[in-house]
Unconditional design. Structure first.
Length: 299
């Protein structure tokens, strides 16, 4: 009697294992600083998309999030937040592994197992009480650890702030989440929508800061870039110049070349309004984000 044929590994699992094996041949190290140097050459297009997102947010998304916070008690919202966080935990585990963070991979795997079983499918974050805190890793951060530059800043319709690198990372993260993949389409789509709503609720505290900013577009852009830098370096980014020209890298050189002579008056300079810096949001998710430091844990 012949043995039953073995099912081959799924392509996505094979890809993840191959990438992990090649990466773990070395040890994890901090990414080079250039991977977080983000410019904004597409500002005109980005501002148009930001304007569309902002109108949609104020007309639909923000009122829905506000109604949700009023209608659903905070303990119930926290339980649902924990469930959604646990549902996306495999994405963090895969990216831990691909970044060569062996210890964190084991911790987050244990966290997922504990919360899925003892925590009743993640509705209760039991793991944080046994020394397994939540980490947040995505494939955009993994690419940064591999030395891939961020590319230009990019505002996505509905989804909000991103970069070329992080936009590609979003698609890979969807591909690396087996639990979500096994859900029927209607439940999977529902989970995606609820995840977006939960993320928007977590950003409600940023509304006043964004609305009162001199230039909300600049505020959100700078906050997103600072937040991503903070996450990529796991909360310990290297020192960086306080001001950054997002439009033209050659500006400093041009300015020095045009230094005033004894017979010419100095050229007037204008300074763009500084974007505010504030506390880091739980995820720099659309439509707006706040900048570091880390978010308060939900019980």
């Amino acid at each position: 009697m012949s043995e039953p044929a073995r099912r081959p590994l799924r392509p996505r699992v094979t890809m993840a294992l191959m990438l992990a094996a090649s990466l773990l041949a070395g040890c994890a190290s901090a990414p080079p600083d250039y991977v977080t140097q983000t410019k904004d050459p597409w500002e005109k297009m980005n501002r148009a998309i930001y304007s569309f997102n902002d109108k949609l947010d104020k007309a639909v998304v923000r009122p829905v999030a506000s109604t949700y916070t009023r209608a659903v008690p905070e303990p119930a919202r926290n339980r649902f937040h924990d469930f959604l966080t646990n549902l996306y935990e495999p994405v963090t585990v895969f990216n831990d592994l691909l970044q060569g963070k062996v210890k964190q991979t084991l911790q987050d795997t244990g966290r997922f197992l504990v919360n899925t079983t003892v925590g009743l499918f993640g509705f209760f974050d039991v793991a944080q009480h046994v020394g397994l805190p939540h980490h947040d890793e995505d494939f955009g951060e993994t690419l940064a650890h591999w030395g891939v530059p961020s590319g230009p800043y990019l505002v996505l319709p509905i989804l909000g702030p991103s970069t070329v690198r992080d936009t590609g990372g979003r698609g890979v993260d969807l591909y690396l989440n087996p639990p979500m993949d096994k859900l029927p389409p209607r439940y999977r789509n529902g989970a995606v929508v609820m995840y977006g709503l939960d993320t928007r609720v977590g950003l409600m505290q940023a509304n006043a800061s964004i609305d009162s900013a001199y230039d909300p577009y600049t505020f959100v852009r700078d906050a997103y870039i600072q937040n991503r830098r903070y996450n990529i370096y796991d909360g310990n980014p290297p020192e960086q110049d306080e001001y950054q020209d997002y439009e033209d890298e050659s500006a400093p050189a041009a300015a020095s070349a045009a230094a005033p002579t004894a017979t010419s008056a100095p050229a007037p300079t204008t300074a763009a309004p500084a974007a505010g810096s504030s506390a880091k949001a739980a995820t720099a998710a659309p439509p707006a984000a706040t900048s570091p430091p880390p978010v308060k844990e939900r019980e």
